[in-house]
Design a protein around this ligand. Structure first.
Ligand code: NOJ
Length: 496
Protein backbone atom coordinates (compact mmCIF):
# COMPACT_ATOMS: atom_id res chain seq x y z
CA UNK A 1 0.00 0.00 0.00
CA UNK A 2 2.74 2.44 1.05
CA UNK A 3 4.63 1.57 -2.11
CA UNK A 4 1.57 2.29 -4.24
CA UNK A 5 0.91 5.62 -2.51
CA UNK A 6 4.53 6.63 -2.71
CA UNK A 7 4.77 5.78 -6.38
CA UNK A 8 1.54 7.65 -7.07
CA UNK A 9 3.01 10.63 -5.30
CA UNK A 10 6.25 10.40 -7.25
CA UNK A 11 4.31 10.11 -10.47
CA UNK A 12 2.32 13.15 -9.47
CA UNK A 13 5.50 15.09 -8.78
CA UNK A 14 6.94 13.99 -12.05
CA UNK A 15 3.97 14.99 -14.09
CA UNK A 16 3.45 18.32 -12.44
CA UNK A 17 7.02 19.53 -12.35
CA UNK A 18 9.50 20.01 -15.17
CA UNK A 19 12.53 17.82 -15.49
CA UNK A 20 15.85 19.60 -15.63
CA UNK A 21 19.23 18.36 -16.71
CA UNK A 22 20.52 18.44 -13.16
CA UNK A 23 17.81 15.95 -12.18
CA UNK A 24 19.34 13.26 -14.39
CA UNK A 25 21.07 10.45 -12.58
CA UNK A 26 24.70 10.61 -13.64
CA UNK A 27 25.95 7.65 -11.62
CA UNK A 28 27.74 4.89 -13.50
CA UNK A 29 25.96 1.81 -14.76
CA UNK A 30 27.18 -1.29 -12.91
CA UNK A 31 30.43 -2.82 -14.07
CA UNK A 32 29.00 -5.76 -16.04
CA UNK A 33 25.97 -3.89 -17.33
CA UNK A 34 25.34 -4.48 -21.05
CA UNK A 35 24.02 -2.10 -23.70
CA UNK A 36 22.43 -3.15 -26.96
CA UNK A 37 19.98 -2.28 -29.72
CA UNK A 38 17.12 -4.37 -31.05
CA UNK A 39 15.24 -5.27 -34.21
CA UNK A 40 12.96 -8.07 -35.36
CA UNK A 41 13.07 -10.18 -38.51
CA UNK A 42 9.87 -9.11 -40.25
CA UNK A 43 10.42 -5.46 -39.41
CA UNK A 44 13.87 -5.19 -41.03
CA UNK A 45 14.97 -8.16 -43.15
CA UNK A 46 12.96 -7.80 -46.35
CA UNK A 47 13.70 -10.53 -48.94
CA UNK A 48 10.31 -11.88 -48.02
CA UNK A 49 10.31 -14.65 -50.63
CA UNK A 50 13.97 -14.94 -51.52
CA UNK A 51 16.09 -18.09 -51.53
CA UNK A 52 13.42 -20.44 -50.34
CA UNK A 53 11.82 -18.40 -47.56
CA UNK A 54 8.25 -19.43 -46.74
CA UNK A 55 5.31 -17.12 -46.09
CA UNK A 56 4.72 -15.74 -42.62
CA UNK A 57 1.43 -14.42 -41.23
CA UNK A 58 2.66 -10.86 -41.75
CA UNK A 59 3.65 -11.46 -45.38
CA UNK A 60 0.22 -12.88 -45.98
CA UNK A 61 -1.67 -10.15 -44.15
CA UNK A 62 0.12 -7.16 -45.67
CA UNK A 63 -0.32 -8.57 -49.18
CA UNK A 64 -3.95 -9.45 -48.69
CA UNK A 65 -4.99 -6.38 -46.74
CA UNK A 66 -2.80 -3.41 -47.66
CA UNK A 67 -5.65 -1.13 -46.62
CA UNK A 68 -5.23 -2.28 -43.03
CA UNK A 69 -1.70 -0.87 -42.75
CA UNK A 70 -1.70 2.86 -42.14
CA UNK A 71 0.36 3.79 -45.21
CA UNK A 72 -0.62 0.66 -47.18
CA UNK A 73 2.98 -0.52 -46.96
CA UNK A 74 4.55 -3.88 -46.18
CA UNK A 75 7.96 -5.25 -45.22
CA UNK A 76 8.75 -7.04 -48.50
CA UNK A 77 11.96 -5.04 -48.64
CA UNK A 78 11.85 -3.09 -45.36
CA UNK A 79 15.43 -2.14 -44.40
CA UNK A 80 16.77 -4.87 -46.70
CA UNK A 81 18.89 -6.10 -43.82
CA UNK A 82 18.91 -9.54 -45.42
CA UNK A 83 21.36 -8.13 -47.98
CA UNK A 84 23.25 -5.84 -45.64
CA UNK A 85 24.91 -7.93 -42.97
CA UNK A 86 28.30 -6.23 -43.22
CA UNK A 87 26.90 -2.73 -43.40
CA UNK A 88 24.59 -3.27 -40.43
CA UNK A 89 27.23 -4.87 -38.26
CA UNK A 90 29.62 -2.02 -39.09
CA UNK A 91 27.00 0.42 -37.77
CA UNK A 92 26.55 -1.67 -34.63
CA UNK A 93 30.29 -1.68 -34.12
CA UNK A 94 30.41 2.08 -34.55
CA UNK A 95 27.73 2.40 -31.84
CA UNK A 96 29.86 0.32 -29.52
CA UNK A 97 27.02 -1.94 -28.37
CA UNK A 98 27.78 -5.00 -26.27
CA UNK A 99 25.02 -7.02 -27.92
CA UNK A 100 22.53 -6.98 -30.79
CA UNK A 101 19.02 -8.33 -30.27
CA UNK A 102 17.44 -9.68 -33.45
CA UNK A 103 14.91 -12.39 -34.18
CA UNK A 104 14.98 -15.42 -36.42
CA UNK A 105 12.44 -15.53 -39.21
CA UNK A 106 11.00 -19.00 -38.57
CA UNK A 107 9.75 -19.18 -42.16
CA UNK A 108 13.20 -18.33 -43.54
CA UNK A 109 14.71 -21.21 -41.60
CA UNK A 110 11.79 -23.65 -41.94
CA UNK A 111 9.68 -22.50 -44.90
CA UNK A 112 6.71 -24.71 -43.99
CA UNK A 113 7.19 -24.25 -40.26
CA UNK A 114 8.19 -27.90 -39.90
CA UNK A 115 11.64 -29.47 -39.60
CA UNK A 116 11.33 -31.96 -42.43
CA UNK A 117 12.89 -29.31 -44.64
CA UNK A 118 15.52 -26.91 -43.34
CA UNK A 119 16.23 -24.10 -45.77
CA UNK A 120 20.02 -24.03 -46.34
CA UNK A 121 19.84 -20.31 -47.06
CA UNK A 122 18.21 -19.69 -43.68
CA UNK A 123 21.11 -21.45 -41.99
CA UNK A 124 23.58 -19.51 -44.14
CA UNK A 125 22.01 -16.13 -43.48
CA UNK A 126 21.87 -16.38 -39.69
CA UNK A 127 25.30 -18.01 -39.55
CA UNK A 128 26.79 -15.14 -41.50
CA UNK A 129 25.06 -12.55 -39.35
CA UNK A 130 26.14 -14.24 -36.13
CA UNK A 131 29.70 -14.74 -37.33
CA UNK A 132 29.99 -11.13 -38.38
CA UNK A 133 28.68 -9.98 -34.99
CA UNK A 134 31.05 -12.23 -33.09
CA UNK A 135 33.99 -11.17 -35.26
CA UNK A 136 33.22 -7.61 -34.24
CA UNK A 137 32.94 -8.36 -30.55
CA UNK A 138 29.13 -8.05 -30.43
CA UNK A 139 27.11 -10.69 -28.59
CA UNK A 140 24.03 -12.01 -30.42
CA UNK A 141 20.78 -11.95 -28.40
CA UNK A 142 18.29 -13.99 -30.37
CA UNK A 143 14.50 -14.00 -30.15
CA UNK A 144 13.00 -17.19 -31.49
CA UNK A 145 9.54 -15.84 -32.19
CA UNK A 146 8.78 -12.18 -32.71
CA UNK A 147 5.21 -12.28 -34.05
CA UNK A 148 5.96 -13.61 -37.58
CA UNK A 149 4.71 -17.19 -37.34
CA UNK A 150 4.89 -19.27 -40.55
CA UNK A 151 1.50 -19.04 -42.26
CA UNK A 152 1.26 -22.80 -42.47
CA UNK A 153 1.32 -23.08 -38.70
CA UNK A 154 -1.29 -20.38 -38.34
CA UNK A 155 -3.54 -22.45 -40.54
CA UNK A 156 -3.32 -25.09 -37.83
CA UNK A 157 -4.56 -22.57 -35.27
CA UNK A 158 -1.24 -20.92 -34.41
CA UNK A 159 -0.67 -20.47 -30.70
CA UNK A 160 -4.09 -21.84 -29.81
CA UNK A 161 -3.03 -25.31 -30.94
CA UNK A 162 -1.24 -27.45 -28.32
CA UNK A 163 0.66 -29.26 -31.07
CA UNK A 164 2.54 -26.04 -31.66
CA UNK A 165 4.45 -26.77 -28.47
CA UNK A 166 6.18 -29.75 -30.10
CA UNK A 167 6.62 -27.88 -33.36
CA UNK A 168 8.22 -24.92 -31.54
CA UNK A 169 10.55 -27.28 -29.71
CA UNK A 170 11.63 -28.73 -33.08
CA UNK A 171 12.30 -25.23 -34.43
CA UNK A 172 14.23 -24.23 -31.31
CA UNK A 173 16.37 -27.35 -31.58
CA UNK A 174 17.37 -26.40 -35.14
CA UNK A 175 18.28 -22.93 -33.89
CA UNK A 176 20.27 -24.18 -30.88
CA UNK A 177 22.08 -26.84 -32.92
CA UNK A 178 23.07 -24.51 -35.71
CA UNK A 179 23.66 -21.20 -33.95
CA UNK A 180 23.80 -21.85 -30.21
CA UNK A 181 27.58 -22.23 -29.98
CA UNK A 182 27.82 -18.45 -30.55
CA UNK A 183 24.62 -17.18 -28.88
CA UNK A 184 24.84 -16.24 -25.19
CA UNK A 185 21.22 -14.98 -24.88
CA UNK A 186 18.05 -16.61 -26.14
CA UNK A 187 14.54 -15.18 -25.86
CA UNK A 188 11.78 -17.67 -26.55
CA UNK A 189 8.95 -15.21 -27.22
CA UNK A 190 8.26 -11.54 -27.60
CA UNK A 191 4.75 -11.73 -26.09
CA UNK A 192 1.78 -10.71 -28.22
CA UNK A 193 -1.28 -12.84 -27.48
CA UNK A 194 -3.55 -9.92 -26.60
CA UNK A 195 -3.34 -8.11 -29.93
CA UNK A 196 -2.88 -11.11 -32.23
CA UNK A 197 -5.60 -13.28 -30.77
CA UNK A 198 -8.05 -10.81 -29.26
CA UNK A 199 -8.13 -8.24 -32.07
CA UNK A 200 -7.85 -8.26 -35.83
CA UNK A 201 -4.13 -7.51 -35.88
CA UNK A 202 -2.37 -10.52 -37.48
CA UNK A 203 -3.02 -13.33 -37.10
CA UNK A 204 -6.32 -11.59 -36.47
CA UNK A 205 -8.11 -14.36 -34.62
CA UNK A 206 -10.33 -11.76 -33.01
CA UNK A 207 -12.01 -14.04 -30.50
CA UNK A 208 -11.62 -11.93 -27.43
CA UNK A 209 -12.02 -13.62 -24.08
CA UNK A 210 -11.21 -17.03 -25.54
CA UNK A 211 -8.32 -16.93 -27.97
CA UNK A 212 -5.92 -14.76 -25.91
CA UNK A 213 -6.08 -17.22 -23.02
CA UNK A 214 -5.51 -20.24 -25.25
CA UNK A 215 -2.57 -18.42 -26.83
CA UNK A 216 -1.03 -17.56 -23.46
CA UNK A 217 -1.52 -21.10 -22.20
CA UNK A 218 0.14 -22.71 -25.21
CA UNK A 219 2.89 -20.07 -25.28
CA UNK A 220 3.76 -20.70 -21.64
CA UNK A 221 3.99 -24.45 -22.20
CA UNK A 222 6.06 -23.94 -25.33
CA UNK A 223 8.39 -21.56 -23.49
CA UNK A 224 8.93 -24.05 -20.67
CA UNK A 225 9.58 -26.96 -23.02
CA UNK A 226 12.18 -24.96 -24.91
CA UNK A 227 13.76 -23.82 -21.65
CA UNK A 228 14.22 -27.46 -20.59
CA UNK A 229 15.47 -28.42 -24.05
CA UNK A 230 18.16 -25.77 -23.72
CA UNK A 231 18.84 -26.51 -20.09
CA UNK A 232 19.23 -30.25 -20.49
CA UNK A 233 20.83 -30.57 -23.91
CA UNK A 234 22.64 -27.36 -24.76
CA UNK A 235 23.44 -25.27 -21.70
CA UNK A 236 26.47 -27.28 -20.67
CA UNK A 237 28.27 -26.89 -23.95
CA UNK A 238 26.84 -23.60 -25.16
CA UNK A 239 26.80 -21.80 -21.79
CA UNK A 240 24.06 -19.34 -22.73
CA UNK A 241 21.02 -17.99 -20.93
CA UNK A 242 17.36 -18.13 -21.84
CA UNK A 243 14.23 -16.19 -20.86
CA UNK A 244 10.95 -14.75 -22.12
CA UNK A 245 10.13 -11.14 -23.04
CA UNK A 246 6.94 -9.41 -22.00
CA UNK A 247 5.86 -6.44 -24.06
CA UNK A 248 4.74 -4.42 -21.05
CA UNK A 249 3.52 -1.06 -19.80
CA UNK A 250 3.18 0.44 -16.37
CA UNK A 251 -0.38 0.82 -15.05
CA UNK A 252 -0.87 3.58 -12.52
CA UNK A 253 -4.16 4.12 -10.61
CA UNK A 254 -5.79 7.30 -11.85
CA UNK A 255 -6.85 8.34 -8.36
CA UNK A 256 -6.10 6.98 -4.93
CA UNK A 257 -9.65 5.61 -4.59
CA UNK A 258 -9.60 1.98 -3.50
CA UNK A 259 -11.46 0.92 -6.67
CA UNK A 260 -8.89 2.53 -8.95
CA UNK A 261 -5.99 1.04 -7.04
CA UNK A 262 -7.62 -2.37 -7.44
CA UNK A 263 -8.24 -1.68 -11.12
CA UNK A 264 -4.54 -0.88 -11.61
CA UNK A 265 -3.63 -4.15 -9.87
CA UNK A 266 -5.99 -5.97 -12.23
CA UNK A 267 -4.34 -4.25 -15.20
CA UNK A 268 -0.85 -5.29 -14.10
CA UNK A 269 -1.89 -8.86 -13.45
CA UNK A 270 -3.94 -9.21 -16.63
CA UNK A 271 -1.52 -7.44 -18.93
CA UNK A 272 1.85 -8.37 -17.44
CA UNK A 273 1.24 -11.07 -14.79
CA UNK A 274 -0.74 -13.34 -17.10
CA UNK A 275 2.45 -14.17 -19.00
CA UNK A 276 5.00 -13.69 -16.24
CA UNK A 277 3.42 -15.16 -13.10
CA UNK A 278 3.61 -18.78 -14.26
CA UNK A 279 7.33 -18.50 -14.99
CA UNK A 280 8.66 -15.90 -12.56
CA UNK A 281 6.41 -16.00 -9.48
CA UNK A 282 7.29 -18.34 -6.65
CA UNK A 283 3.76 -19.81 -6.70
CA UNK A 284 3.62 -20.21 -10.49
CA UNK A 285 0.33 -20.53 -12.41
CA UNK A 286 -1.89 -17.58 -13.20
CA UNK A 287 -2.35 -14.59 -10.87
CA UNK A 288 -5.28 -15.08 -8.49
CA UNK A 289 -7.18 -12.03 -9.68
CA UNK A 290 -6.95 -13.24 -13.29
CA UNK A 291 -8.30 -16.66 -12.32
CA UNK A 292 -11.06 -15.15 -10.19
CA UNK A 293 -12.27 -12.58 -12.70
CA UNK A 294 -12.39 -14.98 -15.65
CA UNK A 295 -14.08 -17.70 -13.61
CA UNK A 296 -16.64 -15.21 -12.30
CA UNK A 297 -17.59 -13.83 -15.69
CA UNK A 298 -17.48 -17.24 -17.38
CA UNK A 299 -20.00 -18.55 -14.86
CA UNK A 300 -22.39 -15.68 -15.48
CA UNK A 301 -22.00 -16.18 -19.21
CA UNK A 302 -23.17 -19.78 -18.60
CA UNK A 303 -19.89 -21.45 -19.45
CA UNK A 304 -19.66 -24.70 -17.47
CA UNK A 305 -16.01 -23.99 -16.65
CA UNK A 306 -13.74 -20.95 -16.77
CA UNK A 307 -12.65 -19.69 -20.16
CA UNK A 308 -9.13 -19.57 -18.74
CA UNK A 309 -7.51 -22.97 -19.29
CA UNK A 310 -6.21 -24.57 -16.11
CA UNK A 311 -2.77 -25.88 -15.40
CA UNK A 312 -2.41 -29.13 -13.48
CA UNK A 313 -0.23 -28.88 -10.35
CA UNK A 314 2.48 -30.75 -12.27
CA UNK A 315 2.33 -28.21 -15.09
CA UNK A 316 2.56 -25.35 -12.60
CA UNK A 317 5.71 -26.86 -11.13
CA UNK A 318 7.11 -27.61 -14.56
CA UNK A 319 6.75 -24.04 -15.86
CA UNK A 320 7.73 -22.28 -12.63
CA UNK A 321 11.33 -21.05 -12.63
CA UNK A 322 12.03 -21.70 -16.32
CA UNK A 323 14.20 -18.65 -16.78
CA UNK A 324 17.68 -17.23 -16.47
CA UNK A 325 16.49 -13.64 -16.90
CA UNK A 326 13.28 -11.69 -17.41
CA UNK A 327 12.99 -9.73 -20.66
CA UNK A 328 11.01 -6.51 -20.52
CA UNK A 329 9.86 -4.16 -23.27
CA UNK A 330 8.83 -0.88 -21.69
CA UNK A 331 7.77 2.28 -23.46
CA UNK A 332 5.04 4.07 -21.60
CA UNK A 333 2.46 4.32 -18.82
CA UNK A 334 -1.33 4.18 -18.70
CA UNK A 335 -3.64 5.53 -16.03
CA UNK A 336 -6.25 3.08 -14.88
CA UNK A 337 -9.63 3.52 -13.28
CA UNK A 338 -12.35 1.12 -12.34
CA UNK A 339 -15.44 0.71 -14.45
CA UNK A 340 -18.79 -0.89 -13.95
CA UNK A 341 -19.29 -4.56 -14.61
CA UNK A 342 -20.38 -5.05 -18.21
CA UNK A 343 -23.42 -7.17 -19.07
CA UNK A 344 -22.58 -10.87 -19.23
CA UNK A 345 -23.45 -11.02 -22.88
CA UNK A 346 -20.26 -12.30 -24.52
CA UNK A 347 -16.76 -13.45 -23.66
CA UNK A 348 -14.36 -10.53 -23.69
CA UNK A 349 -10.85 -9.94 -22.40
CA UNK A 350 -11.70 -6.27 -21.89
CA UNK A 351 -14.78 -7.10 -19.86
CA UNK A 352 -12.75 -9.57 -17.80
CA UNK A 353 -10.28 -6.77 -17.12
CA UNK A 354 -12.99 -4.19 -16.30
CA UNK A 355 -10.83 -1.09 -16.45
CA UNK A 356 -10.84 2.33 -18.07
CA UNK A 357 -7.49 3.36 -19.52
CA UNK A 358 -6.36 6.94 -20.11
CA UNK A 359 -3.17 8.94 -20.19
CA UNK A 360 -2.43 12.28 -18.62
CA UNK A 361 -2.72 14.98 -21.30
CA UNK A 362 0.16 16.84 -19.68
CA UNK A 363 2.61 13.97 -20.34
CA UNK A 364 5.04 14.79 -23.12
CA UNK A 365 4.05 12.86 -26.21
CA UNK A 366 5.79 11.18 -29.13
CA UNK A 367 4.63 10.73 -32.72
CA UNK A 368 2.69 7.63 -31.61
CA UNK A 369 -0.54 8.39 -29.71
CA UNK A 370 -0.02 5.57 -27.25
CA UNK A 371 3.57 6.48 -26.41
CA UNK A 372 3.83 9.20 -23.78
CA UNK A 373 7.12 9.99 -22.08
CA UNK A 374 6.80 8.80 -18.46
CA UNK A 375 10.18 7.56 -17.23
CA UNK A 376 8.95 7.18 -13.64
CA UNK A 377 6.50 4.56 -14.94
CA UNK A 378 9.43 2.45 -16.13
CA UNK A 379 10.99 2.71 -12.70
CA UNK A 380 7.70 1.74 -11.09
CA UNK A 381 7.29 -1.28 -13.34
CA UNK A 382 10.84 -2.41 -12.60
CA UNK A 383 10.10 -2.13 -8.89
CA UNK A 384 6.84 -4.03 -9.27
CA UNK A 385 8.63 -6.87 -11.07
CA UNK A 386 11.30 -6.91 -8.38
CA UNK A 387 8.76 -6.98 -5.55
CA UNK A 388 6.50 -9.59 -7.15
CA UNK A 389 8.98 -11.95 -8.67
CA UNK A 390 11.83 -12.01 -6.18
CA UNK A 391 14.17 -9.62 -7.98
CA UNK A 392 15.14 -11.70 -11.04
CA UNK A 393 17.87 -10.47 -13.39
CA UNK A 394 16.06 -8.14 -15.80
CA UNK A 395 17.09 -7.40 -19.35
CA UNK A 396 15.26 -4.39 -20.75
CA UNK A 397 14.81 -5.88 -24.22
CA UNK A 398 13.19 -2.78 -25.73
CA UNK A 399 12.77 0.89 -24.91
CA UNK A 400 12.32 3.68 -27.40
CA UNK A 401 10.56 6.69 -28.85
CA UNK A 402 8.60 7.34 -32.06
CA UNK A 403 9.00 10.40 -34.27
CA UNK A 404 8.86 11.16 -37.98
CA UNK A 405 12.41 10.05 -38.71
CA UNK A 406 14.33 13.34 -38.63
CA UNK A 407 18.09 13.19 -38.10
CA UNK A 408 18.07 15.83 -35.42
CA UNK A 409 15.94 13.72 -33.08
CA UNK A 410 15.89 15.76 -29.91
CA UNK A 411 12.76 14.07 -28.61
CA UNK A 412 14.41 10.66 -28.79
CA UNK A 413 17.58 11.96 -27.12
CA UNK A 414 15.56 13.36 -24.24
CA UNK A 415 13.56 10.16 -23.98
CA UNK A 416 16.64 7.95 -23.73
CA UNK A 417 18.29 10.17 -21.16
CA UNK A 418 15.18 10.31 -19.00
CA UNK A 419 14.48 6.58 -19.18
CA UNK A 420 18.11 5.62 -18.61
CA UNK A 421 18.16 7.97 -15.65
CA UNK A 422 15.07 6.20 -14.26
CA UNK A 423 16.78 2.85 -14.84
CA UNK A 424 19.81 4.12 -12.91
CA UNK A 425 17.50 5.19 -10.07
CA UNK A 426 15.97 1.72 -10.09
CA UNK A 427 19.39 0.08 -10.01
CA UNK A 428 21.12 2.28 -7.46
CA UNK A 429 18.32 3.47 -5.20
CA UNK A 430 15.79 0.64 -5.44
CA UNK A 431 18.24 -2.23 -5.96
CA UNK A 432 16.36 -3.65 -8.93
CA UNK A 433 18.52 -6.22 -10.64
CA UNK A 434 18.62 -4.73 -14.14
CA UNK A 435 21.54 -6.27 -16.01
CA UNK A 436 21.12 -4.95 -19.55
CA UNK A 437 19.38 -2.28 -21.60
CA UNK A 438 18.29 -2.41 -25.25
CA UNK A 439 17.30 0.59 -27.33
CA UNK A 440 14.45 0.05 -29.79
CA UNK A 441 15.34 0.37 -32.47
CA UNK A 442 18.61 -0.13 -34.30
CA UNK A 443 17.07 1.14 -37.58
CA UNK A 444 13.90 2.90 -38.65
CA UNK A 445 11.69 0.02 -39.72
CA UNK A 446 8.23 -1.38 -40.48
CA UNK A 447 6.14 -0.57 -37.42
CA UNK A 448 3.42 -3.21 -37.92
CA UNK A 449 -0.02 -1.68 -38.55
CA UNK A 450 1.56 1.79 -38.53
CA UNK A 451 3.77 0.87 -41.48
CA UNK A 452 6.56 3.42 -41.96
CA UNK A 453 4.66 6.29 -40.35
CA UNK A 454 6.30 5.79 -36.96
CA UNK A 455 10.07 5.86 -36.77
CA UNK A 456 11.90 4.41 -33.77
CA UNK A 457 15.42 4.09 -35.20
CA UNK A 458 18.76 5.36 -34.03
CA UNK A 459 19.55 5.23 -37.74
CA UNK A 460 17.52 6.88 -40.49
CA UNK A 461 16.74 4.91 -43.61
CA UNK A 462 15.72 6.44 -46.89
CA UNK A 463 12.89 4.08 -47.81
CA UNK A 464 12.46 5.77 -51.20
CA UNK A 465 15.94 4.77 -52.25
CA UNK A 466 16.20 1.15 -53.47
CA UNK A 467 19.58 0.99 -51.79
CA UNK A 468 18.07 1.84 -48.38
CA UNK A 469 20.98 4.04 -47.24
CA UNK A 470 21.45 4.30 -43.47
CA UNK A 471 22.38 7.52 -41.67
CA UNK A 472 23.09 7.75 -37.93
CA UNK A 473 20.81 10.22 -36.16
CA UNK A 474 21.93 12.53 -33.37
CA UNK A 475 20.54 9.99 -30.89
CA UNK A 476 22.93 7.34 -32.25
CA UNK A 477 25.85 9.61 -31.44
CA UNK A 478 24.47 10.25 -27.98
CA UNK A 479 23.85 6.56 -27.29
CA UNK A 480 27.39 5.78 -28.41
CA UNK A 481 28.65 8.34 -25.95
CA UNK A 482 26.59 6.89 -23.10
CA UNK A 483 27.80 3.38 -23.89
CA UNK A 484 31.44 4.37 -23.97
CA UNK A 485 31.24 6.40 -20.76
CA UNK A 486 28.86 3.97 -19.01
CA UNK A 487 26.91 6.93 -17.67
CA UNK A 488 24.74 9.80 -18.87
CA UNK A 489 27.04 12.49 -20.10
CA UNK A 490 25.16 15.30 -21.82
CA UNK A 491 22.43 17.71 -20.80
CA UNK A 492 18.84 17.35 -21.86
CA UNK A 493 18.25 19.11 -25.15
CA UNK A 494 15.28 20.92 -23.76
CA UNK A 495 13.74 21.05 -20.33
CA UNK A 496 10.67 18.83 -20.36
C1 NOJ B 1 7.21 -3.78 -29.17
C2 NOJ B 1 7.45 -4.77 -30.29
O1 NOJ B 1 8.17 -5.86 -29.78
C3 NOJ B 1 8.21 -4.14 -31.48
O2 NOJ B 1 8.17 -5.06 -32.52
C4 NOJ B 1 7.58 -2.82 -31.84
O3 NOJ B 1 8.11 -2.28 -33.00
C5 NOJ B 1 7.75 -1.87 -30.66
N1 NOJ B 1 6.98 -2.42 -29.55
C6 NOJ B 1 7.28 -0.44 -30.90
O4 NOJ B 1 5.90 -0.41 -31.01
Amino acid sequence: MTVVLLSTFLLFLLTTSRIHSEDLNTKYFPENFLFGVASSAYQIEGAWNESGKGESIWDHFTHKHPERVRDRSNADIACDSYHKIKEDVALLKELGVDFYRFSISWSRLLPTGHVNYINPDGIRYYNELIDELVANGIKPMVTLNHWDLPLNLQKLGGWTNYFLVDIFVDFARVAFENFGDRVPYWITFNSGCDVGYGTDQPPGINQSGIAEYLCVHVTLKAHARVYYLYDKEFRKTQKGQIGMTIDGKWYEPKTDAKEDIEAATRAREFLVGWMMHAIYHKDGGYPQVVKDRIAYRSKHETFPISRLPQFTPEEIDYIKGTYDFLGLNIYTTNLVSDREEDPFDEPSYEKDLRIEVTQDPSWPTSNADWLKVVPQGARNLLNWLKDNYGNPPIIITENGYADKGQLDDTGRMNYYQLYLSAVLDAIHDDKVNVIAYTAWSFLDNFEWLDGYTQKFGLHHIDFDDPDRPRTPKQSAKMYKDIISHRRLTVDLKEEL
